[in-house]
Design a protein around this ligand. Structure first.
Ligand SMILES: [Ca+2]
Length: 248
């Protein structure tokens, strides 16, 4: 009888742990650790929409529109360390000058926006941003920005960036200027655990590029560390009680 009870409790424990562990979409979950990273799972967005992207009709030195397309923010592209691990500690290479591109920059404005679809709603702990890191034009990197989030599907479309259902969760963040290093780290900013599927970076300013272009290299989000469900905690408590009874 006691063995049967044991088996049942182990079964409940297994099912509870399984449903807890799978509460995050498997394709998004990456376990990572590093300075500045507060835990949880790293999320690579499924989609990205920029307000503009620099066109290919006047390419510069070895530069075409595919070198600066917004998909370079999520590819991953240009990641020079941790590419296979998809890790927060990954670094990003420099762009331009015959070197690596793999970034996004807009079509000649110091402000603007870029929005991301995470594919599902998550409780977001942090946003991790690798700034623009384009050799000889490091002023194109984002300086001040806001983060807005939403769970309204219609918000993820050009023309909806000012929809009232976007909520500002980070105001006037300051991104570190790129140095042209081949191993640029990410800057991390808290999002306070907000539940959201859509994330918008609203650019307030850049670092003073003479041509007025502004861009970024790569963007990730991370989740809060999931709390054990009440059902699992209850099961663990019952299991402890059973052990005490057996010992008694
Ligand atoms: Ca990139």
């Amino acid at each position: 009888m006691k063995t049967k009870t044991y088996n049942r409790i182990f079964s409940i424990l297994s099912v509870s742990a399984l449903s807890w562990g799978l509460s995050l979409t498997a394709s998004h979950a990456f376990v990572t650790a590093g300075a500045g990273f507060d835990g949880g799972d790293l999320i690579r967005p499924d989609g990205v929409i920029p307000h503009t992207t620099w066109p290919s009709n006047s390419p510069g030195v070895g530069e075409g529109s595919s070198d600066v397309t917004a998909s370079n923010l999520i590819a991953p592209s240009g990641v020079t360390n941790g590419l296979s691990a998809e890790s927060f500690t990954a670094t990003h290479g420099a762009s331009g000058g015959g070197s690596l591109f793999a970034q996004w920059h807009n079509n000649g404005t110091t402000t603007g926006w870029v929005m991301f679809d995470l594919g599902a709603a998550f409780n977001l702990s942090q946003v991790h941003i690798w700034n623009g890191n384009q050799l000889s034009v490091l002023g194109r990197g984002v300086q001040q920005f806001d983060i807005l989030t939403s769970n309204t599907p219609g918000d993820y479309a050009a023309g909806q960036e000012n929809s009232v259902s976007w909520t500002e969760v980070l105001t006037d963040g300051i991104l570190t200027q790129g140095t042209g290093s081949s191993t640029l780290p990410a800057d991390s900013f808290s999002l306070g655990g907000v539940n959201a599927r859509y994330v918008q970076i609203r650019i307030d300013s850049n670092y003073g590029d003479a041509g007025g272009y502004t861009g970024l290299s790569e963007v990730r989000l991370s989740t809060v560390i999931p709390e054990p469900s009440a059902a699992l905690l209850g099961t663990v408590a019952a299991f402890g009680l059973l052990l005490r009874r057996r010992r008694g």
